[in-house]
Design a binder for this molecule. Sequence first.
Ligand code: UDX
Length: 465
Amino acid sequence: QEGNTATGGLRRPRRVLVFPLPYQGHINPMFQLAGLLHARGFAITVFHAHLNAPDPSRHPAYHFVPVPDSLSAGCTDTADTAVMATINNILSLNSSCEASFRERLAALLEAPGARDDVACLIADAHLLTLMEVARQQGVPTLALRTGSAACFRVFMANPMLCDKGYLPAQESQLDAPVRELPPYRVRDLMAISRNREEHDQICHLLSRAVEAVRTSSGFILNTFDALEADELATTRQDLGLPVFDTGPLHKISPAASSSILPQDRACLEWLDAQAPASVLYISFGSLANMSGADLAEMAWGIANTGQPFLWVLRSDLVRGVARVTLPDGFDAVTSDRGMIVDWAPQEEVLAHAAVGGFWTHAGWNSTLEGVCGGVPMLCRPYFGDQMGNARYVELVWRAGLVLECELERGKVEQAIRRLMQSEEGDRMRERAQKLKSRAAKAITDAGSSRLSVDKLVNHILSLSK
Ligand code: UDX
């Protein structure tokens, strides 16, 4: 244990309740945060939905409370329906868990001494209704947003973007810069959608997340000051709330893995046998999906570069098929210089010296893991915050490039060569290495994120004295 702790050795540990959103990109940072607070002496209770329920045996020190929901894993017929299914799931998670969460929380608070023990609920910022339930029962709340500070600024700016006519987006305006939020263009915003109903639904989701943050006693972000200093400063100014930049959480936290899918660790041994900085690691996170035609173009583009590769082919990566199949003849390329896995221990992969580049969908966790690995990134964003993250990688941190065009093998080959085999790519790698050093500095004893964790611990202890 280090720094200030939750007990001071005088009494039973204070308890922090957490409620993650049941998606991989949200579960990981919440468990990392819980691991951090547990290491500072807090007892942890995890409330969770049935969808993607965590495995309690991996976290024997925590107390788990399942909360029934009415969610399905989502429909992946097309990219758009997958996004809308996720948004609808988030909204219905709030309503379908409300009554059962109220009951379970009340039962927990009735236990002898529990009212004094429970310090707060930390919930994903998409769980406004459940945070309201907690506050009605006298439990203070903190909101965790698992995206970047820049992304949350876009959430807050959404009404302005609608008022000024950027949204709903017009096809002819997609490349127009959003002057108030550089380096975003209209096409990089969250609420671009082809139809009005979807646009309204996304706006509703964003305004609920902003309300969840504004009505909480504090706001936790998985980022660090040297990466997003201006974005954090304006967020603090706009919110007038304590904002804790505690990232990169996966580096600062001793948490056990919270991966939903089993991670194939054989790829680490395969990486051990590769030359330093030679391998292109390819992964599109837990939700993004693509057409079979795009997959084939990707495969031949990768093959034509001659570069060694480690490729995560999630079983539901390709829309409309039960099993991902690569084009005929690609097996020979893989056996010559590649490895394909269903799911990788990504944080360890990106920290491995053999990895020289990361082709990513630019989800925020992946982006941060890439930053901490010091690897340049080829970004192919699909939806949500990914376009904005990719924009930051290319234009603000200049540690990678974005592949925006259609996926065609010649263009894929060219983009990978720029990243892995050019002087321009070497410069990106140097900048990526600098970001890695800054991330490492942020989590040293006097680093900005470590100090922010200290402040967070004190803040939690001050909430319900
Ligand atoms: C979603 C959104 O898409 C993302 O944009 C948002 O910021 C968070 O929620 P996801 O698409 O899954 O998340 O992407 P990402 O944020 O990158 O999270 C994926 C997580 O899965 C990462 O922590 C990564 O380490 C992990 N992962 C990925 C694995 O453990 N193994 C893999 O093979 C691939």
